[in-house]
Each structure stands twice: as C-alpha cells, then as structure tokens.
Design a protein around this ligand. Sequence first.
Ligand SMILES: Cc1cc2nc3c(=O)[nH]c(=O)nc-3n(C[C@H](O)[C@H](O)[C@H](O)COP(=O)(O)O)c2cc1C
Length: 233
Amino acid sequence: MPVIRAIVPALTPGIIPSPKDAPLRTSRSHFLIFMETIIAYSHSEVVDFPCMKTLILYCSKTGNTKTYALDLAKAVDADVYPLKKLKPKKWLEYDTIVFGGWIMGGTIQGLDKFLQSWDLISDKNVIVFADGMGVPDSATRTALIEQNVLDIYHIRFYQLRGSFDFKKLKFPYSFLLNNTLIQMQKDPKQAETAKALESFKDCPLEYYDHEKMDRMISVIRSLAIEVPFEEKK
Ligand SMILES: Cc1cc2nc3c(=O)[nH]c(=O)nc-3n(C[C@H](O)[C@H](O)[C@H](O)COP(=O)(O)O)c2cc1C
C-alpha cells in the first residue's frame, strides 16, 4: 500500500521544553531555541500513514451521473472512469471503490455489470450511488434497494436526485419513455404522475444534490484515513 511519510520529532525529555519550562524559555536566546529545534528533528523518526486510493466508476446516459462522479473524484482526489473503460483487474489497485449509475424504471444502470466482479472487491470499501429524477425518500430508497438486490451486499448506498432533460435523450430511450408515458396515462392510478412527467418534456428539470454529495465526500474522506485493523495498536 502506498504511504505518506511524515517526520515526527522525537519527544525526547529535556529537548522539547514542557509548559512548566515556559518562563525559562522566554529568557533563552533565539539561537538556543533554534538549536533545540535542530536537535529535536535529528531525533525524529519516520512514521508511515497509509494512503488509501479511491476509484470512481460510473454509467451515465445524458451526463448527470458523470457530473456527480467527476465532482466526487475532484473532491476526494480519486481516479474516475466510465464503468466500461476500466478492466476489473485494475480495480484491485484501490482501497475504496465507488460506482454511480442512473436510474431507469427503478433499475440502476450498469450495476449488474459492476457487481459481476463483486468477488474481486468484496474486501474493499464499496459505495454505490444512483441518481434519478425522483425525490429521494425512505420508501423509494427501500424500493431501489429491493429492485436492485443491493441488500445482499456489504455496500454503502446513496440515492441522489438528478436532472432530467428530454431533449438530450436519444433513441431508444426517448421512444421508451414516450411509450411508458402513454401506458401510464391509460392507467387512472398513474395518470397524474404521467401528466407531471409530460411537463418535463418542455421544461427540463435541473437539480444538483449538494446534501448527498457532501455526505458521500465526508464518508469517502473518513475511509481514506481509516487505519487498517492490524495496524491499530
Ligand atoms: C427511459 C427513462 C426512464 C427513467 N426512469 C426513472 C426512474 O424510474 N426513476 C427515476 O428517479 N428517474 C428515472 N429517469 C430519470 C433519470 O434517471 C435521470 O434523468 C438521471 O439523472 C439520468 O442520468 P444520466 O444523465 O447520467 O444519464 C428515467 C429516465 C429515462 C430516460
């Protein structure tokens, strides 16, 4: 594992003055204080801090998930790739792996492919995030976890609200969505939702989930400084 090396001055008694020496210290010359510092550093030892590497993979159709993935990577100093672009054996070089996918009909796109390599990464910190136009709440979160069978994995999961722009959609997704809306309009229980979704065709929904992003960033940062169990004394 790569390490960050830090020089820690040895706290040799008598060399670094204790607070009770403070009055004495004020009467010392600057030269003496300078010499003490030099001596303290000459007794220093090199301490290794583990430097955890983070990888972010994403699957995005119209760019929202990509934006979240790139912003996350910048904030936590991670490497970032579209899921298709990095072979799973390369994932082994990382300690924390984040996968982000967009939601289509309740299914997190790309997640199946990502989890096909679960055996390779099961001992790592794994985070999954999904973004859709729906407002995240505990009911939709539970539904997403169930539909995507996430509960059988040891994974941290975040549901983010994303944007939606019908004009960015290409075939077959535009066709698929139109078709779904037609079907929904025929069902009295779904007609209202279909009407609301129709309105987004002319007026794109723009949303950036700062709250969930901040939460993910702080979790990834805390994982990055976590000392592996065997190194804790
Ligand atoms: C065909 C289609 C189906 C969608 N289904 C859902 C859905 O079930 N739930 C949801 O919250 N958002 C849904 N969305 C909205 C997208 O998930 C949302 O716009 C997402 O941010 C797109 O991410 P991307 O720009 O990375 O592709 C759907 C969008 C399309 C085009």
